[in-house]
Design a protein around this ligand. Structure first.
Ligand code: MRU
Length: 356
């Protein structure tokens, strides 16, 4: 697997410093580039809940560092206190958002490392916990790039690609998942035209995807979510590529609300519909999409986006943050190990075992 980490022009989503975990405050993009310094797991949790850091892989990486922040200043002599705090902090971080399985995957991986090194002195154990969080971050950048490479045979110069939400460098350690092939295509000199769905209600598509692609000099056109069908009918789109928060064992995929509608539209227009999925987003313990917990967010995201009232006071609102696309609408799922095609149950079961 490639480990080259290219410097993309947009600011990095997470960085570890001696002071603590610095998170790019994605709520302020594209107008302002500022970082939140997290010195405690509570601040990390709050950043996850309020979408300062978002995107399944980035949430997992942030939580892993959050776990370290919870124990780093504990006395090296209180073993019981250490283990109690570690478990309590993990439980607290785990509940920050329910849909992205990367969150529990990353926490479980750090806990497993701690358990494996249980007999070491606490000072050393703490260092190992930090190293595990750093490894998760570094591996994420490498596997995102590999996903991009694995996508390239499915794409060609000159095509139009529709994407939804933000599954780019901002949602990961680097490159992104759905956007990784676009960065690699650019490196090859291909001219790919990207259509970025605005992605109501929180506008990850316009605030983040359009921003990061524009920074990289990639040809991007912003459209409202309800324009996707029209663009397909006009023959502008030759493939849809989106990321995921969780892939069930049968290949059903949870992703940002609106993804399912795109898959139906793509099917109606005979356009391939691709999922970019790092294996930490694949949950073999969740049998089908029906078993994936779907986060419901505050009604104010819809009624008061950007502090302007856009609905009558007191109106009923329903705000699910994700939907599930059934496996039968998905042309292929591209992982760091390669491209998997239906039947997904068998293909997912046959993936190499990954740390969970
Ligand atoms: C590589 S990010 C994949 C998904 O997490 C992404 O597509 C998405 O839906 C993010 O939703 P968000 O609510 O912004 O965290």
């Amino acid at each position: 697997m490639s480990t080259i980490l290219s410097q993309l022009p947009h600011p990095v989503s997470l960085r570890w410093t001696e002071e603590g975990l610095q998170l790019l405050d994605q709520r302020r993009l594209p107008l302002e580039t500022s970082y939140i310094t997290c010195r405690s797991p509570q601040v990390v949790r709050d950043a996850i809940v309020t979408l300062a850091v978002r995107g399944a892989p980035a949430i997992g990486i942030a939580a892993a560092y959050g776990l370290y922040l919870g124990i780093r200043h504990l006395p090296d002599t209180d073993t019981d206190g250490f283990w109690q705090t570690l478990q309590r902090t993990a439980a607290d971080l785990r509940s920050a958002r329910p849909t992205a399985v990367n969150l529990v995957w990353a926490l479980d991986r750090v806990l497993l490392r701690a358990e494996t090194d249980r007999n070491l002195p606490l000072s050393q154990l703490k260092t190992h916990i930090l190293e595990e969080a750093q490894a998760i971050q570094q591996e994420d950048a490498a596997l995102c790039r590999q996903i991009g490479e694995n996508f390239l045979p499915l794409l060609h110069d000159g095509m139009g690609i529709l994407t939804h939400c933000n599954a780019g460098g901002l949602a990961t350690a680097a490159y992104g998942t759905a956007l990784a092939p676009l960065y690699l295509a650019k490196e090859k000199g291909w001219n790919i035209h990207v259509y970025a769905d605005e992605t109501r209600p929180v506008l990850q598509g316009s605030r983040l995807t359009a921003y990061e692609l524009q920074q990289a000099g990639i040809d991007v056109t912003l459209i409202c979510d309800n324009m996707a069908g029209h663009m397909m009918q006009q023959g502008k789109i030759q493939a849809v590529i989106v990321g995921t928060d969780r892939v069930a064992a049968n290949g059903d995929v949870a992703n940002k609300i609106g993804t399912y509608s795109l898959a139906v539209l793509a099917k109606a227009h005979h356009i391939p519909f691709y999922i970019a999925a790092p294996t930490p987003s694949i949950d073999r313990n969740t049998p089908t999409g029906d078993d994936i917990p779907i986060e419901e967010r505050d009604a104010a995201e819809i009624t008061h986006g950007w502090n302007t009232a856009t609905a009558p006071p007191g109106v009923n609102v329903y705000n699910p943050a994700f939907d599930v696309t059934p496996a039968n609408l998905i042309t292929a799922i591209v992982t760091e190990y390669g491209v998997i095609k239906p039947p997904y149950l068998e293909a997912i079961a046959a993936l190499p075992t990954f740390k969970r």
